[in-house]
Design a protein around this ligand. Structure first.
Ligand code: PEP
Ligand code: MG
Length: 588
């Protein structure tokens, strides 16, 4: 028996035979072309781009059918790479200027793009490097095998299909791979996959995202493992713990089977909660909302029964492209989400870029301290052209649903006043132009700087609601960069300073008669729920798959007991102690 640890990427327990998936490698030869061959080489490249697009469209359709919109969106994003001049024009230019063969140039350009993405501080965007490489590999396969034989289309499907199925037995198996590109993952027959285990990747890699969307347990980033696992040997994957056990002892196997059955029963039970409110047994109701980053995520999010959208990160509309979206495009996107949610509230956050989120189309300068620099509302208040376009789009969309607006990274009351004035002005313009728009949009701010939390009583007079952005609030409070692994030990949601700032913010909101929610990752942590309910948060917004878990936790507690635990946690001397108290392990 051998136990390996990785990153818990998608919860659930799987037991079954190991199926090792190895990708074939591509051999690329650099060729120098003579003058006459250059034109046809460019044509050959264009044909490969066309073929790749056709394949991706087909895969996106299939993914939509089999695994839902979220997965399909990944391949639609791949299609955008094939329209990006930084890739397509760059390849053509280098083929022409260097008289080089297309495969070699594609490999070079793709690697440059991937390296740029991988260097980004934000884990989500860094993980997109794998997507660019996936697209590059498809292009190269299509250049090498344009007829499809062994190419990136059906030939590739077969190749992957052969890699799974419980050691060749045809039974479902646990897929072990070094890394899985999104197109590999989507083409695996989900009935044959019990779990994924990959040597590479982090929790925001697409394997992880797709595994979560497919409801398949996954452990990623185990480090070297393929050499030690034998095809067909029995393995246990615990996607919640991030562990993989090879050839487990009988006792452990029995124990895991029991846990797996119990988890399946619990999950079935949670499905029944879908349309019930998140209400404590003594009657306190908490709104549970979903965080989304794209209109395509609205449909899958609704399946988990959210009360609304607590955070729509609009910046995702601005990424992976060379120009910024105009007013009409933004209007369509916001309207789509508002309509999908009907009467349910949708909180749309204005652009939050800078810091760790880069928008190539804006060409922002690199800064020494990006998290302390020109980001979010600070950019919007200076780039008034961008802000005005977004606010106009919001007002127009507000005619079609229940939209609220939220400003990110507020530090001063003056910023809030300026943002509100810009919002009011955008409506005046639309009315003067005779364009239909909403009649009123409630205004909120993210409380994610210590400045905002400490002066929450002042800010509360200006707005209709607060939403605590703990992802940033924690990093600023503890002076610990949220994406720097070396200081990750300091990045603790339960640190007394963080808990106190959160409690203080909620208190200030309620004293001013406004509501307070939370949309940072902490909102989706079951272990934080007694504290969050106990201090009186009105709304919690999280990744949609976490909603049933939080609903179950809230429906299983009393607000009175939660308040008592929260009070004690606020007096704890450390994050570790606060966790014990909230888990009911403090011996009281
Ligand atoms: C936050 O900071 O908690 C938040 C929700 O915003 P983001 O993660 O987009 O910075
Ligand atoms: Mg933030």
């Amino acid at each position: 028996m051998q136990t390996y640890r990785g990153t818990a990427a998608s919860p659930g327990i799987a037991i079954g035979p190991a199926a090792i998936f190895r990708k074939s490698t591509l051999t690329i030869q650099e060729r120098t072309l003579n003058e006459q061959a250059v034109g046809p080489e460019v044509e050959r490249f264009r044909a490969a781009v066309g073929l790749s697009k056709q394949q991706l469209e087909a895969i996106a359709e299939r993914a939509e059918r089999d695994t839902g919109e979220e997965t399909a969106a990944i391949f639609r994003a791949h299609l955008l790479f094939l329209e990006d001049p930084a890739i397509v024009d760059a390849v053509e230019e280098r083929v022409r200027e260097g008289r080089r063969s297309a495969e070699a140039v594609v490999a070079e350009v793709i690697e440059e793009q991937a390296a740029t993405l991988a260097a980004l501080a934000d884990a989500y965007f860094a993980a997109r490097a794998a997507d660019v490489r996936d697209v590059g590999e498809r292009l190269i396969r299509n250049l090498l095998h344009p007829a499809g034989e062994g190419g990136a289309g059906e030939g590739r499907t077969g190749e992957i299909g052969e890699g799974i199925g419980g050691g060749g037995s045809g039974a479902p198996g646990v897929v072990f791979a070094h890394d899985l590109a999104p197109s590999d993952t989507a083409q695996l027959d989900r009935r044959m996959v019990l779990a994924f285990v990959t040597e590479a990747g982090g929790p925001t890699s697409h394997t992880a995202i797709m595994a979560r969307a497919m409801g398949i347990p996954a452990v990623v980033g185990t480090g070297e493992l393929l050499a030690r696992v034998h095809e067909g040997e029995t393995v246990i994957v615990d996607g919640g713990e991030g562990t993989v056990v090879c050839s487990p002892e009988t006792g452990l196997l029995t124990d895991y089977r029991r846990r797996s059955d119990a988890a399946a029963a619990r999950s079935r039970g949670r499905e029944r909660l879908r349309d019930l409110p998140a209400e404590t047994t003594d009657g306190r109701r908490v709104e549970l909302a979903a965080n989304i980053g794209h209109p395509r995520e609205a449909g899958p999010a609704l399946e988990h029964g959210p009360d609304g959208v607590g955070l729509y990160r609009t910046e995702f509309l601005f990424l992976d492209r060379s120009t910024v979206p105009g007013e009409d495009e933004q209007y369509e996107a916001y309207r789509a989400v508002a309509e999908a949610f009907g009467e349910r509230p949708v909180i749309i956050r204005t652009l939050d870029i800078g810091g760790d989120k880069e928008v190539p189309a804006l060409g922002l300068e690199r800064e020494a301290n990006p998290f302390l620099g020109w980001r979010a509302l600070r950019i919007s208040l200076q780039r008034r052209d961008l802000f005005r376009t977004q606010l106009r789009a919001l007002w127009r969309a507000a005619a079609h649903g229940h939209i609220l607006v939220m400003f990110p990274m507020v530090a001063t009351v003056d910023e809030v006043r300026q943002a509100k004035a810009a919002l009011a002005q955008a409506r005046e313009e639309l009315v003067a132009e005779g364009k239909p728009c909403g009649s009123a949009i409630p205004v909120g701010i993210m409380v994610e700087t210590p400045a905002a939390a400490v002066s929450a009583d002042i800010l509360a007079r200006e707005v209709d609601f607060f939403s605590l952005g703990t992802n940033d609030l924690i990093q600023y409070t503890l002076a610990a960069d949220r994406v720097n692994e070396k200081v990750a030990y300091l990045y603790d949601p339960f640190h007394p300073a963080v808990l106190r700032l959160i409690a203080r913010t909620v208190e200030a909101a309620h004293a001013a008669g406004i509501w307070c929610g939370m949309c940072g990752e902490m909102a989706g942590m079951v272990e934080a729920a007694p504290f969050l309910v106990g201090i009186g948060l009105d709304e919690l917004s999280m990744n949609a798959p976490a909603l049933p878990l939080l609903k179950e936790a809230i429906r299983g507690m009393t607000a009175a007991r939660a308040a008592e635990l929260a009070r004690k946690a606020l007096d704890a001397e450390s994050g570790a102690r606060a966790r014990e108290i909230l888990a009911g392990k403090a011996g009281d």
